[in-house]
Design a protein around this ligand. Structure first.
Ligand code: GDP
Length: 368
């Protein structure tokens, strides 16, 4: 086992020499019972992020361990950003190990949505990605809904083996682990660092289980397509839904456009008049306009009427990139990665989406 001191917040190796480097801790702080690095200390106490050098190669090295051991893999996805948080390469790393697929942030789902339906949908989507999970579950790490069921499921499926919690950054891995630790009576200073800033957990964190096995919180893999990378802390707060999404219904004719703040846009190009149901953060303002006026509206009002991005950040904000879609029959979702989605019932309609460069837009059969 590792002999060095490890930060209990993010799992990185503690060092006291290089103030700019990963894991730096002032020597005086080594006397504390629970040691955390300066970066986690600041995150915890001031919500202040220090940039640290950790490359994708480092993540790969950490993940390669997964396939080399017999373990249960618990894959956590954000159901609100399913594709964006999926990690398509994971089964390359998991080897023969069973995978439990957990959809987190169930508290964001509209109350009218049946969880069983979402689970069915997750199973189907997993299959399309080539993953056959041993089990699929929904939970809310934030409200605590179903977390003990998931904890029990993990215990049941692991059969004495180690457990790896994996997922993209921001899916709620740390929040989940802390909730479970608290249920088992852990003190505050034993908890790991959480924040809405991608990349908080930096190295494997190991938590001993009572039979001598370990539960590992792996560093979240940063998905470079996540909308989070384009925004500052306050903008991100507006864009990330924090409570139950209230779907908003717009009755649209061809030639009309919806803006989601300044973060995205959908034009109804052609088709029968129909409803567009928008599932995005309640805080993000939706503007309806004529498509012919949309470009100039964006040019003249980005950062004010159409925000985020905020005025002060709009110069650095990437331009919107357009993409045309022919919508097949049946209900379909057009998903703006990390932002939310729009449900339309196609039947040969054409739409054009616009999203900031680097943010993926995709189409899927409607989740509900
Ligand atoms: P990690 O990077 O995967 O460890 O994710 P964190 O645990 O740090 O959580 C990332 C962000 O998602 C934080 O802002 C959390 O408050 C939020 N979050 C975590 N779990 C939930 C949940 O169940 N529901 C909601 N609405 N937000 C959550």
């Amino acid at each position: 086992r590792r002999e060095e001191l490890i930060c209990s917040g993010c799992g990185v190796k503690i060092q006291t020499n290089n103030k700019e480097g990963l894991g730096y801790t002032p020597p005086s702080a080594l006397k504390r019972d629970v040691i955390i690095c300066q970066r986690c200390f600041r995150l915890k106490h001031y919500n202040d992020v220090q940039d640290v050098p950790l490359t994708d190669d480092d993540f790969l090295k950490i993940l390669t361990e997964l396939g080399q051991k017999e373990a249960l893999i618990v894959k956590i996805v954000d159901i609100f950003d399913f594709d964006g948080s999926w990690l398509p390469g994971l089964h390359r790393f998991s080897g023969k190990n069973p995978v439990l697929l957990i959809g987190n942030k169930a508290d964001l789902l509209p109350k009218s949505v049946k969880h069983s339906k979402v689970i069915q949908w997750m199973k189907k989507a997993a299959k399309e990605y080539g993953l056959k999970p041993a089990n699929v579950h929904l939970m809310s790490a934030k409200t605590g809904e179903a977390i003990m069921e998931v904890a029990n499921l993990i215990d049941q499926e692991r059969q004495g083996k180690d457990v790896y919690i994996v997922g993209c950054t921001n899916t709620g891995k740390s929040t989940f682990i802390n909730r479970v630790l608290k249920e088992f009576g852990a003190e505050d200073e034993m908890l790991i660092t959480t924040s809405n800033i991608p990349g908080t957990t930096l190295d494997m964190i190991d938590i001993p289980l009572d039979d001598g096995s370990f539960l590992y919180d792996t560093p979240g893999i940063i998905n470079h397509h996540q909308v989070a990378h384009l925004l500052d802390k306050n903008e991100l707060k507006m864009v990330s839904p924090s409570k139950e999404i209230k779907p908003k219904v717009f009755q649209l004719n061809p030639g009309q456009t919806l803006f989601f703040g300044g973060m995205g846009r959908i034009d109804f190009v052609s088709g029968e008049p129909q409803s567009f149901i928008v599932y995005i953060s309640n805080e993000l303002m939706i503007h309806r306009t004529k498509t012919e006026k949309a470009d100039s509206l964006y040019e003249n009002h980005l950062g004010e009427l159409l925000s985020p991005p905020f005025e002060k950040n709009k110069e650095e904000f990437p331009p919107l990139v357009g993409k045309d879609w022919k919508v097949p029959n049946g209900k379909m979702d057009l998903v703006f990665s990390g932002l939310g989605w729009v449900t339309i019932s196609g039947s040969g309609s054409s739409v054009r989406t616009h999203a900031p460069k680097g943010v993926a837009v995709s189409m899927r059969p409607a989740i509900f």
